[in-house]
Design a protein around this ligand. Structure first.
Ligand SMILES: Cc1cc2nc3c(=O)[nH]c(=O)nc-3n(C[C@H](O)[C@H](O)[C@H](O)COP(=O)(O)O)c2cc1C
Length: 357
């Protein structure tokens, strides 16, 4: 699969997973195996020595560049990129730090990345990949980019709100009610770029893809590749604490549900402890120690909980008062595996052994 100027052996992107669920170790090892590895940028500094408690916005870009350098130590020739969320306050800084740190692509969602080409104008080789959940969103982005920046996306990720983990690009009440058709959207986006722009870019399906049968189904249904998140959590290389991975191993289908994030977007997560998360964060004074999100009901009204700290706690292993984001397939995890093992099962190819980062 080729995305812009960058080619990978296997048509697989490991989805960016904040906060530090996909850091250097996971992204580097996925890239080493021949896929695209993504470092998730949001909240990257919170566990870094660069963060002193009151310098969140200056520490984030520095921590991101350090993380990218670690990932490239694992896979010097790999295709490594970042995931940048439009909804975060320091989006522009994280996009620029991604380019400066050597990201080969930027995958960007949680809002429409309408000015992404402007932010990356000095790095034309960095491939730009928006995440959408509708043909309309892809059209909006393409029209704006072409008109304003004379640029079109290098690939598009189509994310299924009915199955994907983390923040979702659909209204709460429209998720899981049988209205959304993932592969009709994939084919619609493909067709739009072909017919309107005479452009054949990879359209990547994300959400609910777990094994080789799911991968083959996605490809048969018109996707050029897949983006997978949840399957990579229960790997030795995933950057989350063991307790986070254990929460996946312990969960059942019924434990997985939707929460309303203070960012104003629904999210898929393990939902049993939402009250405990809320109780924990209502003790925090002052509310909002970082200002990480542009729009946040916790920041303005003390509503719900602090998303970045709830995710940070979970990543460090506090699954009692931390928020464990997951896709609808998390219950399928039954053991800790390796990234190489997953690639072997999916592609039946020769895969290098993992590297400790
Ligand atoms: C723990 C977790 C954190 C995530 N964080 C992000 C994120 O920061 N940005 C983003 O665009 N997507 C995020 N996602 C979505 C994934 O990148 C991916 O697209 C999605 O989960 C794919 O579905 P799957 O998990 O069923 O494979 C997250 C998913 C999980 C499970």
């Amino acid at each position: 699969m080729r995305i812009g100027k960058h080619e990978v052996t296997y048509p697989l992107i490991q989805g960016g997973m904040a906060v530090r669920i996909s850091g250097a170790r996971l992204a580097g090892n996925v890239a080493l195996c021949g896929g695209v590895g993504l470092v998730a940028t949001a909240g990257i500094a919170l566990n870094s020595p660069l963060y002193t408690g009151d310098n969140f916005f200056s520490a984030e870009p520095q921590a991101l560049k350090a993380e990218l350098a670690k990932a490239y130590k694992i896979a010097p020739n790999g295709v490594i990129g970042t995931n940048c969320m439009v909804a975060v306050t320091d989006y522009a800084d994280l996009v620029k730090a991604s380019c400066e740190g050597g990201a080969k692509l930027i995958v960007s969602g949680a809002g429409l990345p309408l000015n992404l080409p402007e932010l990356t104008a000095d790095w034309p080789d960095v491939a730009l990949v928006p995440i959408v959940s509708s043909v309309k969103a892809a059209e909006l982005i393409a029209r704006k980019w072409q008109k304003t920046y004379d640029r079109l996306p290098d690939a598009v990720v189509v994310e299924d709100p009915d199955t994907a983990g983390g923040h979702l690009g659909e209204k709460f009440e429209k998720i899981g009610v049988g209205q959304y058709d993932q592969y009709a959207t994939v084919r619609g986006v493909k067709n739009y770029f072909r017919t309107t722009w005479d452009l054949d870019i990879p359209i990547i399906a994300a959400g609910g893809i777990w094994d080789r049968a799911d991968l083959q189904h996605a490809l048969q249904q018109g996707a050029d590749g897949v983006q997978m998140g949840t399957r990579f959590v229960c790997t030795e290389e995933c950057d989350a604490a063991d307790a986070f991975k254990q929460a996946y191993l312990n969960c059942t289908k019924e434990d997985i549900g939707l929460i309303m994030s203070p960012a104003g977007l629904p999210g898929r997560a393990l939902v049993a402890n939402v009250e405990a998360i809320r109780d924990r964060d209502l003790e925090m004074t002052p509310f909002c120690p970082t200002g990480c999100l542009r729009k946040c009901t916790y920041k303005t009204d003390g509503e719900r909980f602090c998303i970045v700290h709830a995710l940070d706690r979970a990543q460090r292993g506090d699954t009692e008062t931390g928020l464990v984001f997951c896709g609808s397939n998390a219950w399928r995890a039954t053991r800790i595996e390796t990234v190489a093992g997953i690639f072997e099962e999916l592609f039946h190819g020769e895969i290098p052994l993992s590297v400790n980062g």
